[in-house]
Design a protein around this ligand. Structure first.
Ligand code: 13P
Length: 248
């Protein structure tokens, strides 16, 4: 992979028409239309994106995975094998919005993680502390608890995305020192609690924008970015992808 990975998380945004415009604009951009970039659309639009991205190296990603692993009577659910069938290379798991609004905890996320690992889809486990947890000084322990479900796995099998809850959609970015401390701590935890010595990929997310991407992505232990709002704008996303491409 050249450069660092950038995943655009569209969250619950889009329509057939706006997705088509957005993706076509992205594919015309040199910095976006390359390996090392992925787009996570709502499930309903994955097929449309798979189609639009057919001849592009930009990868497809899902925003969530069902806790049910195989076909069955689970109305409304989309399983990991279905996401693999759709061509998803990555699936986000445990995004803070899912932990918050859908009360996803380690029990259900552990099942989702195992279901995803049983397919060719790479899970991207999102972790992050609230402002209160950070201010009370227990942020490192909170993240270790969230990582617990990835203990014992082969190193590198699960990608981690560190997204401080207080930095998501707020315009408040963690300082470079805070990001470095947490990424180092996550990597040290993986080394201690996982098997083998394959490279561990840790992405940063939380108000990554065109004007701060380069500084954040320059940190050695930051292996890429998980981008929300700025991934809905071709110009901003292109600048983030450009910053990532320059930094290996
Ligand atoms: P923003 O980039 O909008 O802060 O969102 C970050 C995020 O939650 C990506 O998953």
């Amino acid at each position: 992979m050249s450069g660092k990975l950038v995943i655009g998380n569209w969250k619950m945004h889009g329509s057939l028409a706006s997705n088509r415009n957005l993706v076509r604009g992205m594919l015309e951009d040199w910095w976006i239309n390359r390996k090392g970039v992925a787009l996570a659309s709502p499930h309903i639009y994955l097929l449309q994106l798979a189609d639009l991205l057919e001849y592009s190296p930009v990868a497809l990603a899902a925003q969530d995975v069902s806790s049910f692993g195989a076909d069955g009577a689970y109305t409304g659910e989309v399983s990991a094998p279905m996401l693999a069938d759709m061509g998803c290379r990555y699936a986000l798991l445990g995004h803070s919005e899912r932990r918050n609004y859908f009360k996803e905890d380690n029990r259900v996320l552990g099942v989702k993680l195992r279901n995803t690992l049983a397919t060719a889809v790479t899970p991207v486990l999102c972790v992050g502390e609230t402002l209160q947890e950070r201010e009370s000084g227990c942020h490192l322990q909170v993240i270790e608890q969230q990582l617990e479900i990835a203990a014992g796995l082969e190193a590198g099998r699960v990608m981690i995305a560190y997204e401080p809850v207080w930095a998501i959609g707020t315009g408040k970015v963690a300082t470079l020192a805070q990001i470095r401390e947490m990424h180092d701590s996550i990597k040290a935890w993986c080394l201690q609690n996982q098997k083998g010595s394959a490279k561990i990929h840790v992405l940063y997310g939380g108000s990554v924008k065109a004007d701060n991407a380069e500084a954040i992505l320059s940190i050695d232990s930051v292996d890429g970015a998980l981008v929300g709002g700025a991934s809905l704008d071709v110009g901003s996303f292109a600048m983030i992808c450009q910053a990532a491409d320059k930094l290996v």
